[in-house]
Ligand binder design. Structure first.
Ligand code: 4NP
Length: 154
């Protein structure tokens, strides 16, 4: 299976989801069966490492994100990935607009697909440290739920 996590800048929320999911898939013994990537709908940060606040908060919980580099979503992603999961409604709207007719990836909100009542991972970029912790809390929960679903599909 191939999963793509998408946010706006690809330097806060989606790289967090990528790093947390990779880590949890390793622990679940599924790392060789599931590929994970992340991308942004915007191009401002292409080629950059995740935001230092994102890296620091993740590292506190044992996830290393420093080596990731931002990229922008491409039309081919809708054919290359099985699930394309957006962090908020704006990202999802943009993905619906970008999706080519032949792209058959399943498109959804990341938290909704994870079965959470909350549907958006709030953008932490302009806020304080709490926002980065909240991102991690939501991402950890949703990744656990997604791994249960992945086990059922594989
Ligand atoms: P992300 O956060 O979408 O979670 O990576 C943001 C990063 C950068 C900006 C906005 C949100 N920005 O406006 O540059």
């Amino acid at each position: 299976m191939r999963l793509l996590f998408v946010c706006l800048g690809n330097i806060c929320r989606s790289p967090t989801a990528e790093g947390v999911m990779r880590h949890k898939l390793q622990l679940a013994g599924l790392a060789d069966r599931v590929q994970v990537d992340s991308a942004g709908t915007g191009a401002w940060h292409v080629g950059k490492a995740p935001d230092p606040r994102t890296c620091a908060a993740a590292e506190q919980r044992g996830y290393r994100l420093h080596e990731l580099r931002a990229r922008q979503v491409q039309a081919e992603d809708f054919a290359r990935f099985d699930w394309v999961l957006a962090m908020d409604h704006d990202n999802l709207r943009e993905l619906c607009r970008l999706r080519p007719p032949q792209g058959d990836a399943e498109l959804d909100l990341f938290l909704r697909r994870g079965g959470l009542a909350e549907h958006e991972v709030p953008d932490p970029y302009y806020g304080g440290a709490d926002g980065f912790e909240q991102v991690l809390d939501l991402v950890e929960l949703a990744c656990d739920r997604l791994i249960e679903q992945i086990r059922e599909r594989l």
